[in-house]
Structure formats: C-alpha cells, structure tokens
Design a protein around this ligand. Structure first.
Ligand code: SAM
Ligand code: SF4
Length: 412
C-alpha cells in the first residue's frame, strides 16, 4: 500500500505531515506520487481562510480510486462541507489513536499525548513542537477552536529528542508552537530556560523558534537570545495591526508603543537581527486611517519580512460576528501597499549587508550554485557546489529585497 500527503498550512502542519509519514512508514506503507498513491492524505488548515475551495479543486484533478483522508486544523463547518468528498476525516490531535497498532509501534505510554509520535525528517532541518494549542483567543483566530488549549511538552522529552537529532547530524533546530514564549507558563521552567537547555546540548547547530506573542516577550527572553550562542539572530514577532483601536478589537493585549519598545530593546541587544512579522489587513472596521497607522509602523520598524494576510472571517470566532466591512478589492490593495513598503525596507536592510562576512547553512547544491540560509534566515546563493548540510562563511556581494548573493570565504 502506498501513500501521499498534501499539506496546506504552516510549519506546524508541515511537521504534523512528517509525523503522519513516520507512522505510515512504520506501519509498512510506502511513499508514492500524488498520481500513483493508494491513500491520499490532505493535511489542511482553516486558520487563514477557507480551505474548502482549494481542496475541492485538488480532488477534481484526482482519479476516483484513491482512499481520501482529511486531517489538520479544519473547522467543523469546513469539515461538514467536505464530508462527502472524503472517505475518512481524522483528528490530528488524536494521531496516536488513528490505528490501534500505533501505540504499540511507537511505545506510546499515554494515548492522549500526540507529542509522542515522531516525525520523518530530512537533514539538515528538524522541526520540534514544544507546545500546541492556544489560550489567547485573538478575536479573528480559529486556532483555539481547532487546536484546543495550550499544552506544553516536558522539557526532558524535548532535550532528549534534540540531542538525538544532533547526534544524527541535524544542524538547524526549529522549536515550534502557536505561542512558544508562553511555553510552560505556569511551570518551573519557562521558554527562556528551555532555550538555554537546548543551547547547552553539545554540538554544532543553530536554534530557531516560532511563533512568539508580543505580550509574552520578556527581557529574560531577550537576554537568553543574546547569551545563547546557538540561538540565531532571527525573530518573527507578529504585530497584526499598527493601530491601537484595531489591536484592542483583535484582543491583542499590547499597544503599538509597547510593541515598539520591545523591538527597540531587541535591536539594541541583538544588533543586526532579522525581524519578521505577521499582519492582517482589512480587519472589520479597519478604516483608511487605521490602515495607514499599520503602514507607518512597517516603515518605522523596517522589517525584513512580513506575512501579510487578508482578513477572512472564521466560524466560532468573535470577529465573525462583526461586519466584514472592508471589500476584498480594498484588502488586496492594502496588502499590495504593505508589500511595497516591505520590499523597500528589506532591500535597504539587505544592502547594508554588502561587504559583510556572514555564516550560512547550505541547503541545496546544484549546477554550480549552492543555496542556503544565513543565520538571520535570509536566502543566500553562492557560486560553487558546496556540501549540503554544512556551515560556511561568505562575503555578501549583492542584495535584493528577499535574497543575498555571496562569495564563499571558508568552511563553517
Ligand atoms: N500565534 C501567532 C500570533 O499570535 O500572532 C500566530 C499564529 S496564526 C496560526 C498565523 C497567522 O495567521 C496569524 O499571525 C495571522 O496573521 C493569520 N490569521 C489568523 N487568523 C486569520 C484570519 N481570520 N484572517 C486572516 N489571517 C489570519
Ligand atoms: Fe491565534 Fe496566535 Fe492569537 Fe493564539 S495568539 S489566538 S494562535 S493569533
């Protein structure tokens, strides 16, 4: 029997797909192409918008003989609409219970603990979920409804898993969660302590993490990011809106002043840090003036990257009761305007790197060019077929908004 997985979602979904792949392979399934597989699993996410149309479009392209399975962060309403098109709809949080053999194969001691399922991984990058779910209930967001409340994974388990991966040669460790910096918020060892413990694992590797909530971004965390040498100088800190009134209505418990203060501290303590953010345009009631406040924030902070989403009402959420007042055309226009600002700030930041020597991790080496990521998570291209999965140093010789060109200097 063969399988194929299609993922529509974020890094958490990508990682879940790798766990599903691991389980299937342990159960004797073989990976196959979308066309040839017997079982096709769609791991989808309803968080940013409707997935229904995308999934329907895909199903129409497929042959009828396949067994179709739907899983992921799919809202009840979307599930109901898709029910007839799938043979099975399975809960991702119940991954351990998908098949009675799973617990036996994986030596699972607690069936309610989906963290116990390992993931199929490809070197040099490994994604490690450290928590799942969310308690924040931002008024637009479906995550608390599809992923449930926050649950943190025991530190010991995380350290054991990362140590094993480092021994196997992994070089880039992503600590993942909907809100990583509220990891173990009521326990003894919180996120800054976890970062330090991961940093203390022996070996030559980088640590990255996402997502962080501005309200939980403490001075202690900035301190640890600075003092832990394996923690990279990259940070995603979702702003969502640069207008205080909209932030309140989004149920984001910070204002633009607080956000700017946090960014100022981070830039001071970690000079040259790459900053990315998440923005929603067209939230209900976002006036032209409110939008311009967001635009101004982007111009001021000079992000390297921004994930700009057009607001889409999600069932069950508080904002879904509000009138979706901004037209789709206007949302597109606003998103485009912000992208233009971003392109300019990112280009300026990248040009500032010309002539500097930076470290990068080689991902792919092909036809005389090596592509990798810098410590600040920027894409870099270097001439020459360097070894994949190794650290190198390069001098930056050219820059565009979302990429760098470098000249190889020396091995890591
Ligand atoms: N936990 C993170 C935070 O606090 O910002 C973000 C996680 S959320 C799964 C990923 C992104 O999806 C959000 O940052 C937001 O920009 C976007 N998003 C969530 N709900 C949305 C909605 N209803 N419409 C448009 N974008 C949405
Ligand atoms: Fe969604 Fe993030 Fe808000 Fe949680 S903190 S509700 S995941 S946007």
């Amino acid at each position: 029997m063969t399988y194929h997985i299609i993922t529509y979602g974020c890094q958490m979904n990508e990682n879940d797909s790798r766990r599903i792949a691991h389980l299937l392979q342990r159960s004797g399934f073989k990976k196959a192409s979308e066309k040839k597989c017997d079982f096709l699993i769609m791991n989808a996410c309803s968080v940013r918008g409707r997935v229904v149309d995308r999934i329907r479009g895909k199903i129409n392209q497929l042959s009828k003989e396949k067994t179709l399975i739907l899983t992921g962060c799919v809202l009840e309403k979307d599930r109901n609409e898709l029910k007839k098109s799938f043979d099975y709809i399975l809960d991702i949080e119940n991954l351990t219970r998908w098949h009675k053999k799973v617990a036996e194969l994986e030596k699972i001691t607690d069936e309610s603990d989906y963290f116990q399922v390992k993931a199929e991984r490809e070197k040099p990058t490994a994604y490690i979920p450290i928590m799942t779910g969310c308690d924040n209930f931002c008024s637009y967001c479906a995550v608390p409804y599809v992923r449930g409340r926050e649950r943190s994974r025991p530190e010991k388990e995380i350290i054991e898993e990362v140590s094993g991966l480092i021994k196997r040669g992994f070089k880039e460790i992503w600590l993942l969660g909907q809100n990583v910096n509220s990891y173990n918020k009521n326990g003894k060892s919180a996120f800054p302590d976890l970062l330090e413990s991961v940093n203390n694992i022996r070996g030559d590797f980088w640590i990255r993490f996402t997502s962080s909530h501005p309200k939980d971004f403490s001075d202690k965390l900035i301190e640890k990011m600075k003092s832990c040498e394996k923690v990279t100088n990259y940070l995603n800190l979702p702003l969502q809106s640069g207008d205080d009134e909209i932030l309140k209505r989004m149920n984001r418990p910070y204002d633009t002043e607080k956000y700017k203060k946090t960014i100022k501290k981070i830039k001071k303590e970690i000079p040259g840090i790459t900053l990315s953010t998440d923005i929603i345009v067209g939230f209900p009631g976002e006036t032209k003036k409110a939008f311009l406040n967001t635009k101004k924030m982007l111009e001021e902070i000079k992000f390297d990257m921004a994930y700009i989403a057009r607001y889409s009402p999600r069932p069950h959420t508080k904002a879904a009761q509000l009138k979706d007042s901004v037209t789709d055309k206007e949302k597109k226009k606003r998103a485009k305007e912000l992208t233009e600002v971003l392109k300019k700030t990112a280009l300026k930041n990248n040009r500032g790197k010309i002539g500097k020597r930076i470290s990068f991790l080689a991902y792919k080496s092909e036809k005389g060019t090596t592509t990798g990521k810098t410590e600040g998570y920027k894409t870099i291209k270097v001439e020459g077929d360097l070894k994949e999965g190794k650290f190198y140093r390069a001098e930056v010789i050219k820059a565009s908004s979302f990429g760098l060109k470098g000249k190889f200097i020396k091995n890591g």
